[in-house]
Design a protein around this ligand. Structure first.
Ligand SMILES: Cc1cc2nc3c(=O)[nH]c(=O)nc-3n(C[C@H](O)[C@H](O)[C@H](O)COP(=O)(O)O)c2cc1C
Length: 159
Protein backbone atom coordinates (compact mmCIF):
# COMPACT_ATOMS: atom_id res chain seq x y z
CA UNK A 1 0.00 0.00 0.00
CA UNK A 2 1.21 3.49 -0.85
CA UNK A 3 2.47 5.61 2.04
CA UNK A 4 3.45 9.22 2.45
CA UNK A 5 5.52 10.89 5.16
CA UNK A 6 4.89 14.49 6.24
CA UNK A 7 7.95 15.84 8.06
CA UNK A 8 7.87 19.14 9.90
CA UNK A 9 9.87 21.30 12.25
CA UNK A 10 7.81 23.67 14.39
CA UNK A 11 8.87 25.74 17.36
CA UNK A 12 5.51 27.35 18.21
CA UNK A 13 3.08 24.92 16.55
CA UNK A 14 2.07 26.75 13.35
CA UNK A 15 3.90 24.50 10.88
CA UNK A 16 2.81 21.46 12.89
CA UNK A 17 -0.87 22.43 12.38
CA UNK A 18 -0.23 22.62 8.63
CA UNK A 19 1.41 19.17 8.71
CA UNK A 20 -1.59 17.68 10.53
CA UNK A 21 -3.99 19.15 7.94
CA UNK A 22 -1.89 17.69 5.10
CA UNK A 23 -2.04 14.32 6.87
CA UNK A 24 -5.85 14.60 6.99
CA UNK A 25 -5.96 15.21 3.24
CA UNK A 26 -3.78 12.16 2.56
CA UNK A 27 -6.03 9.95 4.70
CA UNK A 28 -9.14 11.26 2.92
CA UNK A 29 -7.73 9.56 -0.18
CA UNK A 30 -7.24 6.31 1.79
CA UNK A 31 -3.45 6.51 1.63
CA UNK A 32 -1.30 5.85 4.72
CA UNK A 33 0.14 9.05 6.23
CA UNK A 34 2.92 9.33 8.81
CA UNK A 35 3.08 12.86 10.19
CA UNK A 36 6.35 13.29 12.06
CA UNK A 37 8.36 15.91 13.88
CA UNK A 38 11.77 16.01 12.18
CA UNK A 39 13.42 14.91 15.44
CA UNK A 40 11.45 11.63 15.35
CA UNK A 41 12.16 10.77 11.71
CA UNK A 42 13.91 7.46 11.10
CA UNK A 43 16.16 8.56 8.28
CA UNK A 44 16.81 5.03 7.10
CA UNK A 45 13.06 4.55 6.58
CA UNK A 46 12.73 7.46 4.11
CA UNK A 47 13.34 5.47 0.91
CA UNK A 48 10.35 3.30 1.86
CA UNK A 49 7.87 6.15 1.24
CA UNK A 50 6.22 6.96 -2.09
CA UNK A 51 6.12 10.68 -1.29
CA UNK A 52 7.94 12.97 1.11
CA UNK A 53 6.32 16.27 2.12
CA UNK A 54 8.42 18.67 4.21
CA UNK A 55 7.46 21.79 6.09
CA UNK A 56 9.39 24.43 7.95
CA UNK A 57 8.76 27.77 9.57
CA UNK A 58 10.33 30.55 7.53
CA UNK A 59 13.61 31.56 9.13
CA UNK A 60 15.33 34.47 7.41
CA UNK A 61 13.53 33.62 4.18
CA UNK A 62 14.54 29.99 4.17
CA UNK A 63 14.09 26.72 6.06
CA UNK A 64 15.02 26.16 9.70
CA UNK A 65 18.38 24.51 10.35
CA UNK A 66 16.67 21.33 11.58
CA UNK A 67 15.09 20.73 8.15
CA UNK A 68 18.30 21.69 6.31
CA UNK A 69 20.19 19.20 8.48
CA UNK A 70 17.79 16.42 7.47
CA UNK A 71 18.23 17.31 3.81
CA UNK A 72 22.01 17.43 4.15
CA UNK A 73 22.03 14.06 5.91
CA UNK A 74 19.84 12.65 3.13
CA UNK A 75 22.92 12.66 0.86
CA UNK A 76 23.33 9.08 2.05
CA UNK A 77 20.27 8.23 -0.09
CA UNK A 78 21.41 10.18 -3.12
CA UNK A 79 19.87 8.38 -6.09
CA UNK A 80 17.45 6.35 -3.98
CA UNK A 81 14.74 9.04 -3.82
CA UNK A 82 14.67 9.40 -7.61
CA UNK A 83 11.09 9.28 -8.94
CA UNK A 84 9.43 9.77 -5.56
CA UNK A 85 7.01 12.64 -5.17
CA UNK A 86 8.04 15.70 -3.16
CA UNK A 87 6.19 18.73 -1.82
CA UNK A 88 6.79 21.51 0.71
CA UNK A 89 4.98 24.02 2.92
CA UNK A 90 5.85 26.86 5.27
CA UNK A 91 4.53 29.26 7.89
CA UNK A 92 6.01 32.75 8.23
CA UNK A 93 5.13 35.71 10.43
CA UNK A 94 4.53 38.16 7.57
CA UNK A 95 3.10 38.37 4.08
CA UNK A 96 6.16 38.60 1.81
CA UNK A 97 8.18 37.35 4.80
CA UNK A 98 9.80 34.66 2.66
CA UNK A 99 7.41 31.71 2.94
CA UNK A 100 7.48 31.05 -0.82
CA UNK A 101 11.28 31.20 -0.95
CA UNK A 102 11.32 28.71 1.94
CA UNK A 103 9.05 26.34 0.02
CA UNK A 104 11.19 26.73 -3.11
CA UNK A 105 14.42 26.07 -1.18
CA UNK A 106 13.03 22.74 0.05
CA UNK A 107 11.74 21.87 -3.44
CA UNK A 108 15.15 22.76 -4.88
CA UNK A 109 16.80 20.06 -2.73
CA UNK A 110 14.07 17.60 -3.68
CA UNK A 111 14.67 18.25 -7.38
CA UNK A 112 18.37 17.49 -6.87
CA UNK A 113 17.28 14.15 -5.40
CA UNK A 114 15.44 13.52 -8.70
CA UNK A 115 12.04 13.78 -7.06
CA UNK A 116 8.81 14.66 -8.89
CA UNK A 117 7.27 18.02 -7.91
CA UNK A 118 3.67 18.82 -8.83
CA UNK A 119 2.83 22.52 -9.10
CA UNK A 120 -0.66 23.82 -8.43
CA UNK A 121 -2.52 25.84 -11.06
CA UNK A 122 -5.06 27.00 -8.46
CA UNK A 123 -4.39 27.98 -4.79
CA UNK A 124 -0.84 28.15 -3.48
CA UNK A 125 1.20 27.44 -6.62
CA UNK A 126 4.44 26.24 -5.01
CA UNK A 127 3.02 24.69 -1.84
CA UNK A 128 0.81 25.77 1.06
CA UNK A 129 1.85 28.84 3.04
CA UNK A 130 0.42 30.37 6.21
CA UNK A 131 0.90 33.63 8.06
CA UNK A 132 1.27 32.45 11.65
CA UNK A 133 -1.15 29.59 12.38
CA UNK A 134 -3.04 28.33 9.32
CA UNK A 135 -6.33 30.19 8.81
CA UNK A 136 -9.20 28.46 7.00
CA UNK A 137 -7.79 29.36 3.55
CA UNK A 138 -4.39 28.02 4.37
CA UNK A 139 -5.79 24.94 6.12
CA UNK A 140 -7.80 24.17 3.02
CA UNK A 141 -4.64 24.45 0.89
CA UNK A 142 -2.93 21.96 3.22
CA UNK A 143 -5.78 19.45 2.99
CA UNK A 144 -5.76 19.89 -0.81
CA UNK A 145 -2.03 19.25 -0.98
CA UNK A 146 -2.47 16.03 0.99
CA UNK A 147 -5.28 14.88 -1.28
CA UNK A 148 -3.52 15.83 -4.52
CA UNK A 149 -0.26 14.18 -3.47
CA UNK A 150 -2.10 11.00 -2.46
CA UNK A 151 -3.95 10.94 -5.78
CA UNK A 152 -0.68 11.39 -7.69
CA UNK A 153 0.98 8.60 -5.70
CA UNK A 154 -1.90 6.25 -6.56
CA UNK A 155 -1.80 7.28 -10.21
CA UNK A 156 1.93 6.62 -10.50
CA UNK A 157 1.56 3.30 -8.66
CA UNK A 158 -1.22 2.37 -11.10
CA UNK A 159 -3.74 1.96 -8.24
C1 LIG B 1 14.97 32.61 13.87
C2 LIG B 1 13.68 33.06 13.27
C3 LIG B 1 13.68 33.65 12.03
C4 LIG B 1 12.48 34.05 11.44
N1 LIG B 1 12.52 34.61 10.20
C5 LIG B 1 11.35 35.01 9.62
C6 LIG B 1 11.35 35.61 8.31
O1 LIG B 1 12.37 35.73 7.66
N2 LIG B 1 10.17 36.02 7.80
C7 LIG B 1 8.97 35.88 8.48
O2 LIG B 1 7.93 36.28 7.98
N3 LIG B 1 8.95 35.28 9.70
C8 LIG B 1 10.10 34.84 10.29
N4 LIG B 1 10.08 34.25 11.52
C9 LIG B 1 8.77 33.94 12.14
C10 LIG B 1 8.31 32.50 11.92
O3 LIG B 1 8.48 32.07 10.59
C11 LIG B 1 6.80 32.37 12.25
O4 LIG B 1 6.57 32.80 13.57
C12 LIG B 1 6.27 30.97 12.04
O5 LIG B 1 4.85 31.02 12.05
C13 LIG B 1 6.72 30.02 13.15
O6 LIG B 1 6.29 28.72 12.85
P1 LIG B 1 6.21 27.58 13.97
O7 LIG B 1 5.07 27.93 14.92
O8 LIG B 1 5.92 26.33 13.21
O9 LIG B 1 7.52 27.52 14.69
C14 LIG B 1 11.26 33.85 12.13
C15 LIG B 1 11.28 33.28 13.41
C16 LIG B 1 12.47 32.89 13.97
C17 LIG B 1 12.45 32.24 15.34
Amino acid sequence: MAKIIVIYYSRSGNTEKMAQAIGEGIKKEKVEADVKDVKDVDLDGLPGYDAIIMGSPTYYGSMAAEIKKLLDTSVKFHGKLEGKIGAAFSSSANIAGGNETTVLDILNAMLIHGMIIQGDCQGDHYGPVAIGPPDSRSRNECVRLGMRTARLVKKIAGE
